[in-house]
Design a protein around this ligand. Structure first.
Ligand SMILES: Cc1ncc(COP(=O)(O)O)c(C=O)c1O
Length: 383
């Protein structure tokens, strides 16, 4: 490792200037940000109540609503924080102590939802599937009938398994029980077809560092009018001040009341990332993700590797690749990083040691990324 801190002759501490290796990030996220987005971050900050910044916040809201999430939800904002902050904002605002919350668990992030909802006093119920599988409508209907929950929470794109949970028809089932539908779209937004209003999703959150091609830290969040109504009728205060939408809504809405100092430059970046996505066209971005991931699957199969998830339910943004018997998965990932500057991820939980996780998200969903990874794998995999 290079020496970065030393003491010079006059006894002063010396640090070498920042030096970060240039990596191709093909793991579960973050993904490399688009160069134009990084350039936008390099713009001098203005105040968080500056008219120019307030106008930019309005643009982010419109871009998120109409170009990315396909929703009319007035309460559509970016939370200052990573995807987990947006997840926590969703749970904190939607759940009141005692609410029955049914969570679909088929991977790591379903479990995180359980932990979070429990901390906000939910009466948590679960429906489970082996990691890598998804729930069908019959299974969801049976669970809804059994638990009659206030909220059903599903992970659209389970990053730990690479599976895409189909959402069409779920809201109709929820309608029978007055259940709100909550969706984690952290690894789907921008890269996987998602129609929030048409599919009847009431609560959704995402992140900036995956399909949107932006650094982490400003995370999309949205609530339907039904969900806002529930929020307004709460008997108890939202137990998280920073993420309370009744307060935050006043900063993002007409009142423009100071709430917190927004991470200004991250919002510049998000605005540019959303602009680039709108310019490309969301449907084109979905197609690009699908086309590139199919090249990846083919290339991996040509190398003798197999995917963990059935093709119909595979995510275009994240692929889980089975580690062949006798191969040291960690050693291969380390070699890709050290010798080829390519990051891929390892398995989590049930899939630890069994799969690699390869992300093709946002700016990184390109033929060049696929080619680079396959060429590197050809060198590092045992013959
Ligand atoms: C499905 C899912 N939900 C939530 C999160 C949490 O997001 P973050 O790591 O940005 O806090 C992640 C992160 O990878 C994720 O993949």
């Amino acid at each position: 490792m290079t020496q970065t801190i030393s003491i010079n002759d006059s006894g002063r501490l010396q640090l070498t200037p920042l030096e970060i290796p240039s990596r191709l990030l093909l793991g579960p996220g973050p993904s490399n940000a688009h160069p134009t987005v990084l350039q936008a971050m390099n713009t001098s900050p203005v105040g968080h109540l500056d008219p120019a910044f307030l106008a930019l916040m309005d643009e982010i809201q419109s871009l998120l609503r109409y170009y990315v999430w396909q929703t009319e939800n007035p309460l559509t904002i970016a939370v200052s924080g990573t995807g987990t902050a947006a997840m926590e904002a969703t749970i904190a605002n939607a759940v009141e102590p005692g609410d029955v919350v049914l969570i679909g668990v088929a991977g790591y992030f379903g479990n995180r939802l359980i932990d979070m909802a429990g901390r906000y006093g939910a009466d948590v119920r679960t429906i489970t599937k082996p990691w890598g599988q998804v729930f069908n409508l019959d299974e969801l209907q049976t669970a809804l009938k059994t638990h009659r929950p206030t909220i059903l929470a599903l992970v659209h794109a389970e990053t730990s398994t690479g599976a895409r949970q189909p959402l069409e028809g779920v809201a109709d089932l929820c309608g029978e029980f007055g259940t709100l539908l909550l969706v984690d779209s952290v690894t789907s937004l921008g890269g996987v077809p998602l129609f929030l209003d048409a599919w009847g999703v009431d609560l959704a959150y995402s992140c900036s560092q995956k399909g949107l091609g932006c650094p982490p830290g400003a995370s999309p969040f949205t609530m339907s009018l039904r969900a806002v109504e529930k929020l307004q009728q709460r008997q108890t205060k939202v137990a998280n001040w920073y993420l309370d939408m009744l307060l935050l809504g006043k900063y993002w809405g007409a009142e423009r009341t100071y709430h917190h100092t927004a991470p200004i430059n991250l919002y510049y970046a998000l605005r540019e990332a959303l602009r680039l996505l709108a310019e490309e066209g969301l449907a084109n971005s979905w197609q690009r993700h699908q086309k590139n991931v199919e090249c990846l699957w083919q290339g991996l199969e040509n190398l003798g590797l197999s995917m963990h998830v059935e093709q119909e339910y595979r995510l275009p943004t994240l692929t889980t690749v089975r580690i062949p018997t006798g191969v040291d998965g960690k050693a291969i990932a380390r070699q890709l990083l050290n010798e080829h500057n390519i990051e891929i991820g390892g398995g989590l939980g049930e899939l630890a040691g069994k799969v690699w996780r390869v992300g093709l998200m946002g700016f990184n969903s390109r033929k060049e990324s696929v080619d680079q990874l396959l060429a590197a794998l050809r060198q590092v995999l045992p013959k």
